[in-house]
Design a protein around this ligand. Structure first.
Ligand SMILES: [Mg+2]
Length: 238
């Protein structure tokens, strides 16, 4: 087992102190190819005093798919229902808690608890540096420490840049922080597979073009099927 984490934020600005809307994360295993253990919480944007909102980002959100926007607004509705102090069954309460936007420091604490139960994590990946900055900012603002050392930070955007030929269609709903994290983890697994194959066999007759061809088929399989793609990649590339 070689567990890594992919994470993604949705925000209302691109600045380090952006108002944060949601945090999604999943684990991925670079040995077995499994994408597993998921984390998702919406963050209440209404109580993030002094944090930054950008008009450009708000206008960008207005142009995104309705499903992505509704995910954010329904989190506020669920929060309001919870705060009305109604009588809920246990199931209703669980469902509302999962959907609702939570105070920022609750989300920070929940992420720490989720991360700590994973056991040994070898790398924490994001799509570019800014999500790492947002994690730092989330924890500092909430009075907590990031639950992993900075040297575990990894960058999926750089990995993508090394293999621009291998494209991936998004899994699930774009700009849903969890679906984005899963898409990125699946694509990263394929790209790491190519990189291992090219690097671990000195003088082998496998070429970059062959790896890319196999990887293209694998990306299609993985994006439509939540499990099992990497096994096929291993078999086909052997
Ligand atoms: Mg995203």
């Amino acid at each position: 087992m070689a567990l890594s984490v992919m994470l993604d934020f949705e925000t209302l600005s691109l600045k380090p102190d952006a108002v944060l809307l949601s945090l999604g994360a999943c684990t991925f295993d670079t040995e077995t190819g499994e994408v597993g253990n998921e984390f998702y919480l919406a963050i209440d944007p209404r109580a993030q005093h002094q944090r930054h909102i950008s008009a450009d980002t708000v206008l960008w959100w207005l142009k995104q798919d309705e499903a992505a926007r509704t995910k954010l607004t329904s989190a506020i509705e669920a929060r309001e229902k919870l705060d009305e102090d109604g009588d809920f069954t246990d199931e209703q309460l669980t469902e509302l808690m999962e959907q609702a936007a939570h105070p920022i420091h609750h989300v920070a604490r929940a992420f720490i608890l989720w991360f700590e139960q994973l056991g040994e994590v070898q790398g924490v990946w994001t799509n570019g540096g800014v999500d790492h900055t947002w994690m730092d900012s989330l924890m500092e603002y909430s009075g907590f420490k990031v639950p992993y050392p900075f040297w575990l930070q990894r960058d999926y955007r750089t990995l993508k840049g090394l293999y621009p030929e291998v494209k991936a269609e998004p899994f699930g709903q774009s700009h849903n922080a969890l679906d984005d994290a899963i898409s990125q983890a699946k694509h990263a697994l394929v790209l790491l597979g190519i990189s291992n194959r090219l690097n671990n066999i000195p003088g082998a007759d496998v070429t970059r073009a062959e790896c890319v061809q196999i990887a293209d088929r694998l990306v299609d399989a993985m994006m439509s099927n939540p499990a099992g793609g990497v096994e096929r990649f291993k078999q086909e590339s052997e």
